[in-house]
Design a protein around this ligand. Sequence first.
Ligand SMILES: Cc1ncc(COP(=O)(O)O)c(C=O)c1O
Length: 355
Amino acid sequence: MGDHPVLFIPGPTEVDEELRRILAEPLIGHREERFVAVVRDVCTRLCDLYLTKEPAAFETCPATALMEAGIRNFVPRGARSLHLVCGAFSERWQQIASACGRTAEPLTVPLGRAHDPDALRARLRNGPPVAAVAITHNETATGVLEPLRDLAHVVRTEAPDALVLVDVVTSVGGAELRFDDWGLDFAFAGTQKCLALPPGLCTYTASGRALRRAATVDERGFLLDLPRAIAETNDGKTLATPCVPLVFALQRQLERVAAEGLPARQARHLAMRDTTLAWAASRGMRAFVADPAHRSPTVSCIDAAGQDVDAMSKRAAGGGFKIDKGYGTLRGVAFRIGHMGDHTVDRVRALLAAM
Ligand SMILES: Cc1ncc(COP(=O)(O)O)c(C=O)c1O
């Protein structure tokens, strides 16, 4: 195969040659006019990715920093946030909220399951009021895609004052996501997932009502004071020095995403998932997520049904590919294939043939 293992882990994912060439170009200063124009252009293009008329921006940090910023900006100190926990990343968000001194209440479902909108409705009706509901759209640890549109609708109708904060780290650019239509208030993602760039930047958007709320919240911090950061970045002036090469590569990648079109991109991800799960079934294995409606289009988690995950991973490596052997307690039991970003059905087939 090629000169390096092709990444089919659930992020970071494979970065193609054109983007790697952009990343290797000589550096320019971040206050130069040419770069300021790129920053403004990227902010505009991000609105098309999130399908929003609200302002969007980026920051130089991992996605975990935006999980924390979401809590610090949108949940007042001492207030309660409700966390839809279905795996390691949604659980991390709850832990972050606790660490920030908020009352972080989990609403937990077993691994491999998504949340039932009716259960969320019952909790919002019967429990103490919450300032925000935190949802992980695509739980990367288990390959669960939450029914985000329905869950957000429940929050909007049952708790109109609660903000809907969403981790779209492994969904935006791969799964359907409609920020405005679905009534979301904050969403963020790292570039290393469905945008097929290296880690280092985080893109995000926030609703006007969320930004107005944030303006009344104390101790939002400095770098990730989102009302300020989003305004300054849209003006082309990031507060701190951003990862300049990545911003250029992000601009190019957003052009390419627009050229492919979001519906075609989502269809490609669904086709990669279906190819992967059909292969698993033909080998006597099954999707870890029982309900087909909640199977992620970007990360397939496969119950190995007692087959040797190490051996499959070694055969993948022999073919020039890298897969993931399972997250946390699922290691060796349910392995994961990340089919996101610029991967194609043909390349997924090559990986599966090697395995
Ligand atoms: C759903 C989800 N949220 C958050 C993160 C954390 O991202 P980062 O490692 O960029 O902080 C990940 C990383 O895999 C993820 O999959």
